[in-house]
Design a protein around this ligand. Structure first.
Ligand code: GLN
Length: 331
């Protein structure tokens, strides 16, 4: 069933879609064996590599969830999407983009090499660590809790509850932070940090340690698919221009040095994190065939076994399959 083309003219009811997604999750769960859980943050190595879960939220209230959907995990680099949007909402887009560029790096998310090699004008983009630390330093406030408050406020508006920081993960990140500290010191020396280095690092580690679920990611994805508006009441949660720029950055830089391949073979904006989460955004499509979620959807995936770039290996394959079967690509 996983191979071949599906005739969507049959029926697009929930039970039917549920059965498909259940089958796909069971099929792609095998791919978790091809990856490894992140271990450079020691606590993340405790995740179960066989886990795979997905939540898909549509604009009309349709939700399909399958697999390991009740496992909370830390948001990690997906928090860079939230801090970027908050920084843009508080400081204005041009203020932020004057200080952080919008170009993919072609290097790993925590690369130090490219900072010096390409005569740094400004960090490449807000989704690699150098850019994300710079963005976090722009958040208002003298302490990490002051800086995190607007992130929590925005998350609460999007997912319907206030998430919390997993203290064990925060501690583990903080204790093994040599590389992020090296990037931080480099940014300090080159004049990019807008607040105290220690406060910036603490805020960054805490924002990465916010605990969420695949349902929360699907909801965030759906709001972005809906250009920043709450799909239930059309209320603006994120200004349209900021939602649009964020999606462009997710498409070009969201999956690190696998972003080009993901854009080519999956074709939707997405952002991953090293704990195995991916948030993906399928905007509304204009198609003649009655594909599922034609009005757009948000997708949250969790699969902690990663490929070598730091993206969920089974999660990426599952997204690729769904995107091709349901014609989700924006191209
Ligand atoms: N906290 C992680 C780090 O900075 C986030 C990286 C990621 O999710 N790719 O190393």
């Amino acid at each position: 069933m996983v191979q071949g083309t599906v005739n969507w003219n049959i029926k697009l009811d929930k039970e039917w879609l549920q059965e498909y997604v259940d089958d796909w999750v069971a099929f792609y769960r095998k791919a978790t064996k091809e990856g490894n859980v992140a271990s450079y943050i020691p606590i993340l190595a405790k995740a179960n590599p066989n886990h795979l879960g997905i939540a898909i939220h549509g604009k009309n209230g349709l939700k399909i969830c399958s697999g390991d959907i009740d496992i909370p995990f830390t948001i990690q680099s997906i928090s860079k999407v939230i801090s970027f949007m908050v920084a843009c909402m508080k400081n204005g887009v041009s203020y932020v983009l004057d200080r952080v560029d919008v170009e993919p790096t072609g290097e790993a998310f925590n690369s130090i090499m490219h900072l010096e090699m390409k005569s740094l004008n400004k960090p490449f983009n807000p989704f690699v660590n150098a850019g994300a630390l710079t963005v976090t330093s722009m958040l208002n406030g003298a302490t990490s809790s002051d800086k995190l408050a607007p992130l929590f406020n925005l998350l609460e508006r999007m997912i319907g509850y206030r998430p919390s920081v997993n203290q064990e993960v925060f501690k583990s990140e903080d204790e093994t932070s040599a590389r992020n500290r090296a990037i931080g010191y480099y940014l300090l020396e080159t004049g990019f940090l807008e607040s105290d280095l220690e406060v910036t690092l603490e805020t960054y580690f805490k924002q990465c340690s916010i605990e969420i679920t695949v349902d929360d990611l699907a909801r965030i994805g759906l709001i972005l698919a809906n250009d920043g508006q709450d799909p239930n009441n059309e209320e603006e949660i994120i200004p349209r221009q900021i939602a649009r720029i964020t999606k462009a950055l997710m498409l070009t830089c969201g999956m690190y040095d696998a972003s080009g391949k993901f854009a080519t073979y999956v074709g939707i904006p997405a952002k991953s994190g090293v704990s195995g989460g991916i948030v993906a955004v399928a905007p509304p499509r204009v198609r003649n065939a009655p594909f599922p979620f034609i009005e757009g959807c948000g997708i949250g995936v969790y699969g902690p076994a990663l490929e070598d770039r730091g993206n969920s290996i089974a999660g990426m394959k599952l997204l690729k399959h769904i995107a091709s079967q349901w014609d989700l690509s924006i191209f």
